[in-house]
Structure formats: structure tokens, C-alpha cells
Design a protein around this ligand. Structure first.
Ligand SMILES: [Zn+2]
Length: 163
């Protein structure tokens, strides 16, 4: 995601002032918010559902069903929408696994454990194929933090089922 180059108010070029893009003409600061994405940990018969990505970044690699949350959209609704679009399944959120962010990266990822309520599994337009994998033997995942997410997910799952 690139920083904006021109002022949204008057169209003049922006320059950095105290770390933030500021307009050289009207002086307004362009606040750069993080971008929220949501991902789902979906299991079918005890196996983790992964999507083989048909789009960049990480085209051809496996990852969790995920996507950006629209402004004004409830995050849990966004995760269900992304799962529906990418896998055809209808899901409901169980719990938040964690929030993932990194320095210098605009994207904040909210990861949820979800349960399948219906639908039929078929890959959407952003997926080459769908796969079900044993959580203990997953393929190479698309993003750096994906394995840490799987470990966190397994930990939250164990603590939930122990109650
Ligand atoms: Zn301006």
C-alpha cells in the first residue's frame, strides 16, 4: 500500500512533517490509518480448510480464507463474507484467535475461529483450489506470520475445549 502523494482536500502535493504526510498548500495532515483484514480458521471433519491463492500477493501458495474489512462493516460479518466468497461455505464466528500487526506494514489481521453452518465447498474467483489439511502437516503457507497464527489457533482451541 503506497502513501498518498496529493492532498485529499486541495490536491496539492504532500510532504512529510513529523512523520505524517502534510499538505504544502493548505497545511492539512493526511492521517494514514491501518487497514483491517480478517481471516478464518475453518475446519471440516477436523481438517483445516486452506485456499490456494489465485491472486497476488503470494499467488499459488496456500493460506487461510481472508480479506479486507469494508468501512462500516462488522468484522465478524466480513470474515463470514470472505469465507463465503472464497469457499462457498456459510460460517459463524466462534472466537477471536488474535490480532496480528507488524512494524512498517499497514495491514492489521484479525483471525477468528469459525464453525461451518452450511453451504457447499467450491473455490471462488480469488482461489485456484481448496484443500483440507491435517493441522499437524500443513503445506507451505503464503505469509510469514501464518505458522504463528496456526500455533496460536491450536493453543486457543485446546484451552477452549478443556473448559
Ligand atoms: Zn491541501
Amino acid at each position: 500500500m503506497e502513501d498518498p502523494r496529493f492532498c485529499a482536500h486541495c490536491g496539492a502535493p504532500l510532504a512529510r512533517a513529523q512523520g505524517r504526510p502534510s499538505c504544502q498548500r493548505c497545511g492539512r495532515v493526511s492521517y494514514l490509518d491501518p487497514k483491517l483484514a480478517a481471516a478464518a480458521m475453518v475446519t471440516v471433519d477436523g481438517r483445516l480448510l486452506l485456499v490456494r491463492r489465485a491472486i497476488e500477493p503470494a499467488i499459488g501458495k496456500w493460506s487461510f480464507p481472508s480479506g479486507y474489512v469494508d468501512r462500516g462493516e462488522v468484522v465478524e460479518a466480513a470474515v463470514a463474507r470472505e469465507v463465503r466468497e472464497e469457499t462457498g461455505l456459510e460460517v459463524a464466528v466462534n472466537w477471536l484467535v488474535g490480532l496480528y500487526s507488524r512494524a512498517g506494514n499497514a495491514v492489521v489481521l484479525a483471525v477468528y475461529d469459525v464453525r461451518v453452518r452450511g453451504g457447499e465447498m467450491h473455490p471462488g474467483v480469488e482461489a485456484m483450489e481448496l484443500g483440507l489439511f491435517d493441522p499437524g502437516s500443513l503445506p507451505d503457507l503464503a505469509f510469514e506470520h501464518d505458522m504463528a497464527i496456526v500455533e496460536d489457533w491450536l493453543r486457543t482451541r485446546t484451552s477452549r475445549t478443556r473448559r
